[in-house]
Ligand binder design. Structure first.
Ligand code: HDE
Length: 726
């Protein structure tokens, strides 16, 4: 018996760096050489790319113009179907390295040796919007990672939220149809705030837990680099002895978990639809490589019943306080794609792309996905050979007897395309139940065939309550505001009513706060429980709250890559901000000079200072913090520029750190943020608003305070921001 020999994944460092480079070299082998001339697809030099072949200069174009025909034909067929969900995405290359060997739990080669560096490609996405939709809409984010391991490609196709809307894959098309633009008029784009979505989810109480997450700030991340990732389902780790443990996967960003403000997210969707894509691209381009740690929660096979809920139910998470997350490795994204279409668009993920040592659980949502992902590539990428597209190729040897099909690239040699055979190598070749290669976990199953849901999936609210109880006051306020916003866009009052009645099963205070202003009756838990399809069953959470569920406990990253706007006008005093800009830059922040026009402004001493952006082309929503420097003339000028005034008002409303120095305080004072106070006291004691006289405060103190305030990300407890007209 012969089996295909695989290179061992753990045979020394020399091979390791080769592994990481292999993918890059493989892609490079497919890149087009730069040619100084234009040719047809057949290599024929094109003499004139401006004029088609005509019967005389003013005559009709000739059908025989094959150069024109080829060019137009190719253009006509440039589009492929976008993904049915997750159509809008951004990708990047990187590497993954384990911290230690996971041999105790899994035989997966890429998790054995801290010296093994595995190349990865990651695609982040929104779910509902079309490929051209805006990045900052309220939505779940996809977080799909392809590991190009020595044992084959392993895909961890997750989201930035650890639970899902539904328990069984058979409801997925309904869910997606409900959230997508309504079929009669094609509206709204990339938004869940419409009747069909809320109609569906209110009739599917199992969605409630996930709704709590999507109405939280998790659904409007500040950056793709600042969000967690989750595999959601329980998978299996299987070690060399065949012992299985359940495992849930986590990605923890080194920059902390941070969000936008909802008003800011909506404005960004208009002013920079590519906000997240640009942020990721620029970070990698400037060498600020985003990093995530891979975490695992491991549950002994047989002990899952002690969790208190069904581990196979994807509307449930395992609280980190119940089963801690072990950090087992780090992923670094260090290279932007060369070509968006060839890489980010053509990459094909699949939760069924496994390596030995990792296997599925029976989660019915996961089981359905195992069918969907290959199936969808057939129409999206046009046929069965999508694994041959460069971005999808593995870096280990690959061989089988599948043959032909549209767009087959590789050329298998010889006459043998079957197994077993003796003709290929002159000896008998047979692959027949050997112990090598991928082994499915031999789970014992004895059960009637039944189309039903396990009663252990009946609880729909206990973890929604756990999530609510784990939020800080500011986070709770944002959740209430998001529910109110979304439901206010729902035209049919009965649907709004159903939602608040369902929320009464999560927390009556939450339901009562959401109900206000919606023109409906107070929440009624009994009315919800009386509805068809409503299963009034509750389990007791083992923990009452879990701080890992709150984003605010997950700050981090300091000011690294944070964008700071320094507002300029003629007469600015550079001495007031120079040491601060230096300190910020040293700490890894990115400072930009924003002024009334491009070119330069004159400083108080008559020198010229280059402006990076204007108030109009880079409004405050594109920054994390604002510095208003000293200079009497510039402060007066800024007060008279509407866009500059709006800049600061908006930054204040979005709870960003603002620092005003010397005469710059005048701009803050002009905003009417606090009544009856003199200029020195303006806007104080608002959280995250720093006012200082640089002539009196010790050197370095302002920078230190400013940096500390920016590192808090946002000052969500800032009072009265609703009153700010921005
Ligand atoms: Fe997906 N999902 N999904 N999904 N999903 C797709 O596959 C599907 C689900 C996720 O950047 C599609 O190649 C079904 C959960 C990501 O290319 C499709 C069900 C989770 C991406 C599909 C789910 C995901 C997809 C569309 C319910 C988080 C983008 C294009 C059983 C764990 C990957 C494609 C990328 C994409 C089906 C539920 C994550 C249609 C049937 C749960 C990140 O096959």
């Amino acid at each position: 018996m012969t089996s295909i020999k695989r290179k061992s994944a753990s045979n020394g460092a020399a091979q390791i760096s080769d592994n990481a480079k292999t993918k890059q070299l493989q892609l490079e082998a497919f890149t087009e050489p730069k040619a100084p001339l234009l040719t047809t697809n057949q290599g024929l030099q094109i003499p004139d790319n401006h004029n088609s072949l005509k019967a005389g200069p003013r005559g009709p174009t000739l059908l025989e113009d094959f150069i024109l025909r080829e060019k137009i034909t190719h253009f006509d067929h440039e589009r492929i179907p976008e993904r049915a969900v997750h159509a809008r995405g951004s990708g990047a290359h990187g590497v993954f390295k384990p911290y230690k060997s996971m041999v105790q739990y899994t035989s997966a080669g890429f998790l054995q040796d801290p010296d093994i560096e595995t190349p990865v490609f990651v695609r982040f996405s929104t779910v509902a919007g079309q490929a051209g939709s805006a990045d900052t809409v309220r939505d779940v984010r996809g977080f799909a990672v392809k590991f190009y391991t020595q044992e084959g490609n392993y895909d961890l196709v997750g989201n930035n939220i650890p639970v899902f809307f539904i328990q069984d894959a058979i409801k997925f098309p309904d869910l997606v149809h409900a959230v997508k633009p309504e079929p009669h008029n094609g509206m709204p784009q990339a938004a869940s705030a419409h009747d069909t979505f809320w109609d569906f989810v209110t009739l599917m109480p199992e969605s409630t837990h996930m709704l709590m997450w999507t109405m939280s700030d998790r659904a409007i991340p500040r950056s793709l680099r600042m969000m967690e990732g989750f595999g959601i389902h329980a998978f299996r780790f299987i070690n060399a002895q065949g012992v299985s443990h359940f495992v849930k996967f986590h990605w923890k960003p080194k920059l902390g978990v941070h969000s936008l403000a909802w008003d800011e997210a909506q404005k960004l969707a208009g002013k920079d639809a590519d906000f997240h894509r640009r942020d990721l691209w620029e970070a990698i381009d400037s060498g600020n490589f985003p990093e995530w740690e891979l975490g695992v929660q491991i549950v002994d096979e047989g002990k899952e019943s002690e969790l208190g809920f069904d581990i196979l139910d994807s509307t449930k998470l395992i609280p980190e306080s119940q089963v801690p997350v072990q950090l087992v490795g780090k992923m670094t994204l260090n290279r932007n794609p060369e070509n968006f279409f060839a890489e980010t668009e053509q990459v094909a993920f699949h939760p069924g792309h496994l390596v030995p040592g990792i296997d599925f659980s029976n989660d019915p949502l996961l089981q359905g996905r195992l069918f969907s992902y290959t199936d969808t590539q057939l129409s999206r990428l046009g046929g069965a050979n999508f694994h041959e597209i460069p971005i999808n190729r593995g870096v280990c040897p690959m061989h089988n007897f599948q043959r032909d099909g549209i767009h087959r690239m590789t050329i298998p040699k010889g006459r043998v395309a079957y197994e077993p055979n003796t003709l290929a190598n002159g000896t008998e070749f047979r692959v027949d139940g050997a112990a090598q290669g991928f082994q499915s976990y031999p789970e014992q199953i004895e059960s009637p065939k039944i189309r039903a849901r396990s009663p252990s999936f009946d609880d729909h609210f206990s973890q929604a309550t756990l999530f609510w109880n784990s939020q800080t006051t500011a986070e709770k306020d944002h959740i209430v505001a998001a529910f109110r916003f979304e439901l206010s866009k729902v035209e049919v009052p009965d649907i709004r009513q159903r939602m608040v009645d369902n929320l009464a099963h999560v927390d009556i205070k939450l339901a009562t706060r959401v109900f206000a202003n919606l023109g409906i009756s107070p929440p009624d838990a009994k009315a919800a429980a009386g509805r068809l399809g409503f299963r009034d069953y509750r389990i007791t959470n083992k923990v009452a709250s879990d701080e890992a569920l709150s984003m605010l406990g997950k700050s981090g990253g300091g000011v690294k890559t944070r964008k700071i706007a320094i507002l300029l006008a003629d007469g600015v005093e550079p001495a007031t901000f120079k040491p601060i800009v230096q300190a910020l830059t040293n700490a890894g922040a990115v400072c930009k000079f924003v002024g009334p026009h491009l070119g330069t402004v004159s400083t108080a001493s008559g020198k010229q200072l280059a402006v990076d952006h204007t108030f109009g082309n880079m409004p405050s929503i594109m920054f994390d913090a604002v510095l208003i420097p000293g200079g009497a003339q510039s402060a007066t000028a800024l007060c008279a520029i509407g866009d500059a005034v709006h800049f600061v008002l908006e930054a204040y409303k979005h709870c960003k750190t603002i620092c005003a120095l010397n005469e710059g305080v005048k701009l803050l004072a002009s905003l009417g943020l606090t009544a009856g106070k003199n200029a020195e006291q303006v806007a104080l004691p608002a959280a995250g608003v720093l006012v200082a006289d640089a002539r009196k405060v010790p050197e370095g103190q302002i920078s230190q305070d400013f940096i500390a305030a920016i590192a808090q990300h946002r000052h969500w407890d800032r009072a009265n921001v609703e009153a700010v007209p921005a």
